[in-house]
Design a protein around this ligand. Structure first.
Ligand SMILES: NC(=O)c1ccc[n+]([C@@H]2O[C@H](COP(=O)([O-])OP(=O)(O)OC[C@H]3O[C@@H](n4cnc5c(N)ncnc54)[C@H](OP(=O)(O)O)[C@@H]3O)[C@@H](O)[C@H]2O)c1
Length: 295
């Protein structure tokens, strides 16, 4: 169990532990996990994420391929490229960096990935298996949240968990995970979204709040109850004249306003963010070792 420093769930620290556990596991093994990262267009955030992921692969000694394609690539060509990696035995994980250009149908692309190499967990087979509680690739961000809760001994069984946001990559999967009937989950889960009326009525009753809405400093201290555990997934760039580059990154939670009332909280940056890459690496390792669907 991790020592709790003040009330902060330090995602950076847990991510480092996950990475060092992967290194440990790979010691003496001949398998070399392989990850294909497909980047379409030149969205600066996507460029940055792909760079961070391939750097982490290098640190772990994984085989990684960054395949850059122009924004103008035809969908059929992209699908063909994915099929190539599906059939490449040196590749155990295929990741398509989102978002894709509007001309390309995202679902067609995600479905083209062999679900046994879908380390992002976005293929409908993995999404479906997650929902019914079967072994599958769990999307990296929700997997990271679960890992943080587990390592900080946050019990969810019988608790009220409120998830803010219903995206396919964070809100829905984390809600489904925590809803499962097992001792590490078993929560009463409420999912709120932009159509939720009187949202504070839900957040005030929550023992655990997972905020993933993409609205800077949205959750305030007067919206939560005393002792709540807050997981802040949001990554929002806001102007900050005192910062060197004129902006800073904040979460969906007003950290300073909530801090006095919480029992635990993740900071932004340094909370969920670092966990996402660590869990992607873990999923790639699991794939290479045939732990999810066999080899
Ligand atoms: N740390 C990480 O590694 C990581 C990973 C993924 C995402 N993120 C960050 O997490 C945030 C959410 O991303 P996402 O991709 O999950 O979300 P998304 O696809 O942008 O969806 C946002 C969700 O929030 C809901 N929402 C928006 N405004 C709301 C409001 N005022 N009250 C209640 N619900 C509201 C939306 O409702 P509707 O469905 O009704 O539109 C939607 O379900 C973003 O800041 C993103 O950058 C971080």
């Amino acid at each position: 169990m991790i020592e709790v420093l003040e009330k902060i769930i330090d995602g950076k620290l847990i991510a480092e532990k996950v990475i060092s556990e992967i290194k440990q596991e790979l010691l003496g093994k001949s398998v070399k996990p392989g990850l294909a990262l497909i980047l379409v267009g030149n969205n600066p955030s996507s460029e940055l994420y792909v760079k961070m992921k391939s750097r982490k692969c290098a640190e772990l000694g994984y085989h990684s391929v960054v395949n850059r394609q122009p924004e103008t690539i035809a969908e059929a060509d992209l699908l063909e490229l994915i099929r190539g990696y599906n059939n490449d035995p040196s590749i155990h994980g295929i990741l398509i960096q989102l978002p894709l250009p509007k001309s390309i149908n995202e679902m067609n692309v995600l479905e083209a990935v062999d679900y046994r190499k879908d380390v992002d967990g976005f293929h409908p087979v993995n999404a479906g298996r997650l929902m019914i509680g079967e072994k599958c690739f769990v999307p990296a961000t929700p997997a990271g949240i679960v890992e943080m809760l587990r390592r900080f001994d946050v019990k969810t069984s019988g608790k009220n968990v409120v998830v803010l946001g219903r995206s396919n990559i964070v809100g829905k999967p984390i809600a489904n995970i925590l809803l499962q009937k097992n001792k590490n989950a078993n929560a009463t889960v409420t999912v709120c979204h932009s159509g939720t009326e009187n949202l504070t009525e839900y957040t005030k009753k929550a023992d655990v709040i997972i905020a993933a809405i993409g609205k800077a400093n949205f959750l305030k201290g007067n919206m939560i109850k005393e002792g709540a555990v807050i997981i802040d997934v949001g990554i929002n760039r806001v102007e900050s004249p005192e910062s060197k580059n004129g902006y800073k990154t904040v979460g969906d939670v007003d950290f300073n306003d909530c801090y006095p009332k919480v029992s635990l909280i993740t900071p932004v940056p340094g909370g969920v963010g670092p966990m996402t890459i660590a869990m992607l690496m873990k999923n790639t390792l699991d794939s290479a070792l045939g732990r999810i669907y066999g080899s």
